[in-house]
Design a protein around this ligand. Structure first.
Ligand SMILES: *Cc1c(COP(=O)(O)O)cnc(C)c1O
Length: 387
């Protein structure tokens, strides 16, 4: 494994499959899955993630046109929806690659229709409805319903879907989500009354999938759950058993013992009180190991916890291995994941550094190759520096 001499993210493809099965078993009848692979598949590598889940999903969701194009270039054929606002400069690529885009403004829809007419190609849109995020989307009122009807009637534009997004479905109290659901279904009914029938209705993120079976509709948008994490500790974990997909490994590059009074790292934020064995790890905040874990994070070496000493540097950090005599140059370091009986979860890292577990996964840097495992064997490696 020393091929990746600084470290790598190990991606367990079997865990993705197991998570897809767990979700499928829990879905309400009639609901399909849209696999959210935005942000390079939450840091796991969108292409491999998409390949592995392909038979479980009806399509994919990403955040940008570029993310959609990467999937297309790698042979992903199913529908891809861009969840964010797409600028006019990308409309031709969207049309040529049959990428679906979120839409909610008439002027932009009309412009998209013109582009479609010029290219003699139908553009597919999903109407975004703002029921409580105040992010994107039309307000669910009568005026918007009229706008939606005008969009629906545009030539070269097919309104294939309509969706909204929960802001608090990961909380124990589902009151807000119920309100959002009600606003969304009332708006859909309003459209139906105007003769606007949109085939695909969707609103559930992972939290909705787990806790709101009544909100599964035609499609659910599975994100974090694919990657084996729960959206929060307030959802019903029993309902959908998930396995973490990513582990993050590195190696000790140097070990030494320092005398009492010796400072470690920038600013001397840590000073040894006793003789201390210090291991240097070639990972820093530029690799996505948050600087806010300075003096707070822990890593695993030889199955034991080693605390981060002083500040995390850009490309390196030091940990205390005084109590781990087996630790030496070349020892494997687990920054995230399991080593023997011990495990460092993304939730733990988020808690220690005051971060967010989704962000931990997305932040693992491009200097870390993603190594893909099936049945415990490495079958492929994505190196972001191969060009
Ligand atoms: C990111 C995102 C999702 C997935 O959310 P998870 O909490 O990761 O399941 C679903 N829908 C929209 C609109 C999103 O932006």
């Amino acid at each position: 494994m020393q091929l990746y001499d600084r470290g790598y993210a190990a991606i367990d493809l079997d865990a993705i499959e197991s998570n897809m099965k767990a979700m499928r078993d829990h879905l309400s009848p009639g609901a399909g899955i849209m696999g959210v692979v935005k942000a390079d598949g939450y840091g796991h590598g969108a292409v491999w993630a998409a390949r592995v889940m392909d038979s479980y999903v009806q399509g994919y969701a990403v955040s940008t046109v570029d993310e959609a194009l990467i999937l297309r270039r790698h042979g992903i054929k199913k529908n891809i929806l861009v969840l964010g606002v797409v600028g006019e400069s990308r409309y031709n690529e969207v049309l040529d690659n049959e990428i679906r885009i979120a839409m909610f403004q008439y002027d932009k829809a009309k412009l998209f229709s013109h582009y479609g007419a010029a290219r003699k190609k139908t553009g597919y849109i999903h109407l975004a409805v703002d029921t409580g995020m105040s992010r994107i989307g039309m307000r669910p009122d009568l005026e918007s319903a009229e706008t939606a009807k005008k969009i629906w009637e545009l030539p070269f534009v097919e309104t294939e879907g309509i969706f909204t997004h929960f802001s608090r479905a990961d909380e124990t109290d589902k009151n807000c989500s119920q309100q959002q659901l009600l606003k969304f279904t009332s708006f859909v009914n309003m459209l139906e009354n105007l003769g606007v029938h949109i085939p695909i209705k969707h609103c559930s993120n992972s939290a909705g999938i787990i806790d709101l079976k009544q909100a599964h509709m035609d499609l659910v948008r599975a994100g974090i759950s694919i990657y084996g994490l729960y959206p929060s500790d307030q959802v019903d974990r029993e309902a959908v058993p998930l396995k973490p997909v990513m582990s993050w490994k590195s190696y000790v590059v140097y070990v030494k013992t320092i005398e009492p009074g010796t400072p470690v790292s920038y600013g001397g934020a840590f000073v040894a009180k006793a003789p201390t064995r210090v291991a240097t790890i070639p990972i820093g905040y530029a690799d996505g190991y948050s600087r806010s874990l300075s003096g707070k994070g822990q890593v695993l070496i030889c199955g034991q916890r080693a605390p981060v000493l002083g500040r995390v540097c850009m490309d390196q950090m030091m940990v205390d291995v005084t109590h781990i005599p087996e630790a030496r140059e070349g020892s494997t370091v687990t920054l995230l994941g399991r080593d023997g009986e011990e495990e460092i979860t993304a939730e733990e890292m988020a808690e220690s550094g005051g971060g967010f577990h989704y962000e931990i996964l997305c932040s693992v840097g491009k200097r870390m190759p993603r190594v893909y495992y099936k049945k415990g064997k490495a079958i492929d490696c994505k190196d972001y520096f191969s060009e």
